[in-house]
Structures are given as C-alpha cells and as structure tokens.
Design a protein around this ligand. Structure first.
Ligand code: UDP
Length: 477
C-alpha cells in the first residue's frame, strides 16, 4: 500500500494539492460555502484518511480525486491510500462486487483465504493507516479492519447497489463490516438488516471544477471532439446518442446497442442518429477487456455505432461528448449511484436511465429524462425517440437536468455530509447527523446505559492513556 505522497509509483500518482474553496462559489453560492467553512473550522489539521483500491477508473477514484483536494482546501489533512493487489486479488474482489450486486459467482476458499485475505494482510503489514476519521471504500479493502493496523473512527463506505446482494457474500463480509464504527451507503435501500452498526446515507457527487464537468459552448466542445470524430467519420451535425461507462456486465451496453438498432428502424429518415459508446476499464476490474471484446464483436460493421475504449484526453472528451449529445443513455442493471448520469445532466443533456438504484435518485421521469426498465429494449428505444424527435422537450429536460445536479449532486453537497459525520465522531457536535439511516444500535444503547468508561480506569486515566497512545501514533503521520 502506498499513499499519494509517495511518488515512487509515478503512473498512479495523482497531484492532490488543496483547492481554493472559493472557486465553488458560482456553483453553490456564498452562504452554502460559508457554512461549509464554519463546519470545517474545528476539523482543521485533523487527519481524514481514505483507502480504496485504485487511483484511476471508476466512480470512487473519480470522487476521491476531488474530495481530497477539497478537504485539503478546508485545511483538513485529507489523505488517500490505495491498496496493492495482484490480478488474482482483483479477480476475487470483482467477484465480491458482482455477488454484492446480485450476480451469482463461484468463489472458492482458496480465493478467499489466499488471494483476498493474504493480500489484505500484506497491505496492512506494510503500512498503518492513522486518521481521526478513516473511510474505507468498497469491499476490496474492507477486511483490513480486522488486522488492527487502522486507527481512528473507521467507516466503511459502500458505493455499490446491494439491494439484491447474495447472502453468501454478505455472510462473509458482514463480520468485517460490523467491526466498523459505521457504514455509509449511497441509498437507504442498500442497507441489509444484519448490519449492526450505525448506517448513514450520503449521495455521491460530481466536481464542477474538473475538466470533465466544465461548461463549454458547442463550438468549444466540437473542437475537442474534432480529432476523434474526424478519424472515425462521425458527423457532428447528426443527432448523437451517447453512452459512457466501464465495460461491465451491469452496465448493460448490449441492450443499449439493441435499443439503438430498433430506434433506427422506427425513426423518420431525416433523424439519422449515431450512437457513441465510450468506455474504459478500471485497474481493479479484470473483466473489462473481455466485455469490451464481446461488445466490439456485436457492433462489427455497424456504421452508425462507434465504440471506443480508453479514449485519449479522456476527461475533456467525455465532458465535450456529454455536452454535444442530444441524449445520454444509461440503463445499468445495478448502479450504486452512476456518476455518469450526473455528469451528463450537468452538461444539460437529458438522460434515458434505468429505473434502479442511484439512477432513479437522479432521473425524474418526464422532468429531466425518462426512466425505463433496463431490459425493456422497446421502451428504451421509445424514450430515445421521444427525446430525439422533440427539440423543445429535449431543451426542457436538459435544463431541468442541470438544475437537479446543481441542487443536489455537487461536491460541496457531499462534503458537507462528511463534515457533519466527522464533527459527530470527534464530538464537536452531539447531534446525530441527519444522514443517519438506522435507529440506535444495540451497542449504542448499551454504551449510553452503562457509560463508556472501561474498568478498571477512571475516565481521566483512560483519557490520558488514549491520548498517549494517540500521540505515539501521530509521530508516525
Ligand atoms: N469514465 C471515464 N471514461 C470512460 C468511462 C467512464 O472517465 O471511458 C468515468 C465517468 O465519467 C465517471 C466514472 O468513470 O466519472 C464512472 O463512475 P460511475 O459511478 O458512473 O460508475 P462506476 O464505474 O463507478 O461503476
């Protein structure tokens, strides 16, 4: 495991300088920002450590690249650790991911004990994670909690849609999860009944300062896309249906292609759209390439369907594509949140999304896009058609889409909730944060009834001992 201060791993180093918080004022207003600064004041110089499994690719890395500089801009000592693992490790953690999303997978004891737990041991042997608050993201590093090398108020942040999680994987992970001080989910629906720790709901968010989310005129956007479009004979004057995501079974790209072909059959001749499908593969996702190849085969010879893998100048291209697209389609079968939906909506593009998980949190059918069932190819085609055929509708939905993101899904909205949680952990506030989902847990009730003092120390003794241990740990920071 290494952290972002180590430049040894050049290809994965992300510069994480503090950002000037005031730059967010045009997006969320002065009052909101002042409130954030006020909340962060007692947290200055406190350490907030984050642990995940990749610096690049996928929504978690995308968000950490913004959360860490933002928190640093507030003078919180935010840090980012990435665990190291072999391909075997990521193969098994991808199975965890799939099982948590309800897809059955064979998983052997050898994979669990050798590929997974040994890698976790290896990572925790090499480094301690010390923070006033520590957030461990997703299942890949989840078992680290048991190795006793993480210190602070430790939370598990689940970014996955676990509504239909396989019992098998939950039974394996739950004893680990229940060791955490709390678990944070992107939606209330994802919390399983056997979670015995406090749970919180925090919406993911996008960062309006990132290149990807910059607002551009059509001319500016087309200039960015010029090379890619020219090379691939994409005519920008034709209506563009865009789809952007990792190549993954849950992203349901095959249905998008089927729906697009159906759409083409039913449209009047003068509306002659192209489908631009862009995808990447995350470092912690070994299945991506296989899925890309399958989809690639499916689109061979289709002159109106353009498939891309790991585009150059990724962030600008994706942002520009969202902004020139007439419609964005994202019909995942499982989606913890779906940052791409917020990104497209932020560019004023209506979304045809599936009525599941985090997508239905963002898309309000008829207001900023349309919701459909993920495998209902005809309904997907119909929704696309209604957007492509009606310029006024497209404009209204797009305007509302941008407004939805502006009100709910920008980085400062999310950080505010994290700050309230941190204040609560560090006893700056006594009030349970509003993001709390479940009622008091058994452990909280017993603590409240019998006090927190541990025999045989008086509270002061205990406090002093803890302070000494903490000072020792801080030396290592
Ligand atoms: N993304 C990208 N290039 C691609 C495909 C995806 O930059 O070719 C980004 C996308 O813009 C978004 C993130 O990867 O910011 C994906 O996050 P999301 O929550 O949509 O899905 P996840 O991959 O986490 O399941």
């Amino acid at each position: 495991m290494f952290d972002d201060r180590s430049r040894k791993y050049k290809n994965q180093y992300v510069p994480l300088e503090p950002v000037d918080i005031n730059l967010y004022e045009p997006f969320v207003g002065k009052e909101f920002l002042d409130h954030i600064k006020f909340l962060a004041e007692p947290l200055r110089r406190k350490v907030w450590a984050n642990v995940n499994s990749t610096f690049v690719g996928g929504g978690v890395a995308e968000m950490l690249q913004s959360i860490v500089p933002f928190a640093r801009g507030l003078e919180i000592d935010a840090r980012w650790f990435v665990i190291e693992g072999s391909e075997e490790f990521f193969t098994v953690t991808k199975k965890f991911h799939n099982l948590l999303q309800g897809v059955d997978q064979d998983i052997s004891l050898r994979e669990i004990f050798h590929a997974y737990l040994d890698t976790i041991d290896e990572n925790t042997r090499k480094a301690k994670v010390v923070g006033h608050m520590v957030t461990i993201h997703d299942p890949q590093p989840a078992a680290m909690i048991m190795n006793g090398n993480i210190y602070g108020h430790i939370f598990w942040r689940c970014h996955i849609d676990t509504t239909n999680a396989s019992r098998r994987i939950w039974r394996f992970l739950m004893p680990y999860i229940n060791q955490y001080e709390g678990a944070i989910f992107s939606s209330k629906e994802y919390v399983m009944s056997n979670v015995q720790i406090p749970t919180y709901e925090v919406n993911p968010s996008i960062d309006p300062l990132r290149k990807k989310n910059k607002q551009r005129t059509r001319k500016e956007a087309l200039k960015i896309l010029d090379e890619l479009f020219n090379k691939n004979n994409i005519d920008p004057s034709r209506p563009i249906v865009a789809a952007v995501s990792r190549y993954d079974i849950h992203k349901n790209q095959k249905t998008i292609i089927k729906a697009f072909k159906l759409l083409e059959k039913n449209l009047p001749k003068e509306i002659n759209p192209v489908l631009v499908l862009v995808g990447n593969s995350a470092a912690d996702d070994p299945e991506g390439m296989k899925m890309y190849q399958e989809i690639s085969r499916m689109t061979e010879g289709e002159k109106d369907i353009h498939l891309f893998l790991n585009v150059e100048n990724n962030d600008e291209v994706i942002g520009a594509l969202f902004s020139v697209a007439d419609c964005f389609v994202h019909i995942s079968t499982k989606e913890g949140f779906g940052l791409v939906v917020a990104e497209a909506m932020w560019q004023g593009t209506p979304v045809v999304g599936s009525n599941i998980g985090g997508i239905k949190k963002q898309v309000v059918s008829g207001h900023n896009g349309f919701l459909v069932e993920p495998y209902e190819t005809e309904d997907v085609a119909k929704a696309l058609r209604s957007i492509l055929e009606d310029k006024l509708l497209r404009h209204t939905l797009g305007t509302n889409a941008r407004q939805t993101v502006q009100q709910h899904f920008l980085l400062p909205h999310m950080v505010l909730k994290e700050l309230l949680l941190m204040r609560y952990c560090l006893e700056v506030d006594n009030k349970i944060p509003e993001s709390r989902i479940n009622k008091l847990t058994y452990k909280e009730i017993t603590q409240a009834l019998y006090g927190r003092t541990v025999w045989p120390f008086s509270t002061d003794d205990l406090k002093k001992r803890i302070e000494t241990i903490w000072e020792g740990l801080e030396q290592e920071l």
